[in-house]
Design a protein around this ligand. Structure first.
Ligand code: RP5
Length: 163
């Protein structure tokens, strides 16, 4: 399969410290993401162009992170038939991140966004890889190894606790 199957977008450069965790886990799983800034409010035409061209550019899954009045994931989902994973980002001036969570989570019927936890970019990356891995054996094998390593970590921690 071609590179750049996962697009990671965020409403602002200030979201990067959170969103880079999605890119990191995707790279660990052998998927090189396309990463950029697209703002629903500040660059609305760029958002439309991004969402409408994503499929033809080979993107299979979009991860969209935003904070505050976090309309980016939902608006992108309204403009494409690709699956969109939403990452609520806790903005520095937010009301404990509930604004971001509810803006992304409470989508109207017909326009789903797969919403992960507040600042849950790592899980967004893993979920995107799992969607790609449903059709790509290589990615599925790396996901299996990733989960085996998680299992081993827990088993080792149990041994440490029970010593
Ligand atoms: C949202 O507003 C962004 O996604 C970011 O989380 C938040 C703050 O953006 P900046 O003012 O830091 O650019 O649009």
């Amino acid at each position: 399969m071609s590179d750049l199957q996962v697009g990671i977008i965020m409403g602002s450069k200030s979201d990067l410290p959170v969103m880079k965790e999605a890119a990191a886990v995707l790279k660990e799983l052998g998927i090189e993401p396309e990463v950029t800034v697209v703002s629903a409010h500040r660059t609305p035409h760029r958002m439309v162009e991004y969402a409408e061209s994503a499929r033809s550019r080979g993107i299979k899954v979009i991860i969209a992170g935003a904070g505050g009045a976090a309309h980016l994931p939902g608006m992108v989902a309204s403009l494409t038939t690709l699956p969109v994973i939403g990452v609520p980002v806790k903005s520095s001036n937010s009301i404990d991140g509930w604004d971001s969570v509810l803006s992304i989570l409470q989508m109207p019927g017909g326009i789903p966004v797969a919403t992960v936890a507040l600042n849950g970019a790592k899980n967004a990356g893993i979920l995107a890889a799992e969607i790609i891995g449903a059709f790509d054996e290589g990615v599925a094998d790396r996901l299996a190894q990733f989960k085996e390593e998680l299992r081993e970590k827990v088993m080792n921690s149990i041994e440490d606790v029970e010593k």
